[in-house]
Write a protein that binds this ligand. Sequence first.
Ligand code: ACO
Ligand code: OAA
Length: 371
Amino acid sequence: MSTTRGLEGVVATTSSVSSIIDDVLTYQGYDIDDLTDNASFEEVIYLLWNGRLPKKDELEELTKNLASDMEVPKEVFDYMKSYPIDKVHPMAALRTAVSQLALYDEEADEMTEEANRRKAIRLQARIPAIVTGFARIRNGKEPVLPKKELSFAANFLYMLNGEEPDEISETAFNKALVLHADHELNASTFTARVCVATLSDVYSGITSAIGALKGPLHGGANERVMSTLMDIGEVDNVEPYIRKALDNKEKIMGFGHRVYKNGDPRAKHLRDMSKKLTSITGESKWYDMSVKVEEMVVGEKGLLPNVDFYSASVYHSLGIDHDLFTPIFATSRVSGWLAHILEQYSDNRLIRPRAEYVGPDKQAYVPLNER
Ligand SMILES: CC(=O)SCCNC(=O)CCNC(=O)[C@H](O)C(C)(C)COP(=O)(O)OP(=O)(O)OC[C@H]1O[C@@H](n2cnc3c(N)ncnc32)[C@H](O)[C@@H]1OP(=O)(O)O
Ligand SMILES: O=C([O-])CC(=O)C(=O)O
């Protein structure tokens, strides 16, 4: 038996949801650049779940269903109010609340395709309501109900702040959602597929995926990018800070990628958005620092920024709390997880690889009092 550390380069399944070929990312064959410039997040959800872009009436129906399914069972928010709220990370809150959602869904264990699609809409709709509801509850405020006439992106910001966003913020947030929606067999998506390949339910798949996304080597990196920028503080501090970190063999969050070696095609969109938004807020230093960090990490290590690097200054400029950055990633990525879960169910086989045994051999049991 031979092993590949971290399964690098191993092709573990076929999929038609998204592809990364020659550093080009597509969702169902549509280039991410095209979708980012033109599509609403709702269109992307439809595309990922159905393999084609929606017609007008199909989009209207999905948008209506998403808006009407955003209301979270009261019990979930009641329980949230009893969390040790000042110690709970929003990703932990999200993981718990999504698991709890299953308890109030009578169809949770119903395995027909129709039921799974209905649950997909409910999960896609309720995750933003949970993320924003938690953000408000921990500040002593009540969750805000979504407005049916708002887009998915606008509703997120509305439920978070209690005020409808301006057009620039809505557009930027929509682009960020489009950019994070799916990414082939990344760690959290693989986790979701492994879970549901046992024929476990959709809620279990999404709860597991949230756990995987939370880690700093994956979705959790975006929050850490902002911590790095805050630690650096000023453009002039970038050089000594990054040099010291690299000398100490520390990882610079938001750089490197398992699949892309010539750069993540999503990063340039977020870089442009960061430049624009930080100049609007009058805090260009976050963009300027980011550019300087990029120059140094590219120069010293040849590592390029991934999706998490510039998203940090984008979300910061939208006034979002830093520990909500990864839950926002989950709010978008749940669309991809659900597409992969539906695909897995449609042609399922248990996912069960092997491990090469490297432990001790031929051990004989020694009674407790002789050890
Ligand atoms: C949405 C996403 O999940 S995108 C990724 C988000 N994660 C991050 O930004 C965290 C920082 N980046 C990393 O930790 C890695 O680049 C990963 C996890 C993304 C990819 O990991 P792998 O493919 O396993 O690469 P690996 O960690 O083996 O790195 C290869 C070499 O590059 C170095 N390296 C990789 N990323 C970085 C980094 N961000 N900073 C400094 N050095 C790095 C490693 O130390 C290693 O060096 P070595 O060969 O001298 O030991
Ligand atoms: O694909 C990966 O390994 C990580 C990533 O960029 C993503 O999930 O968006």
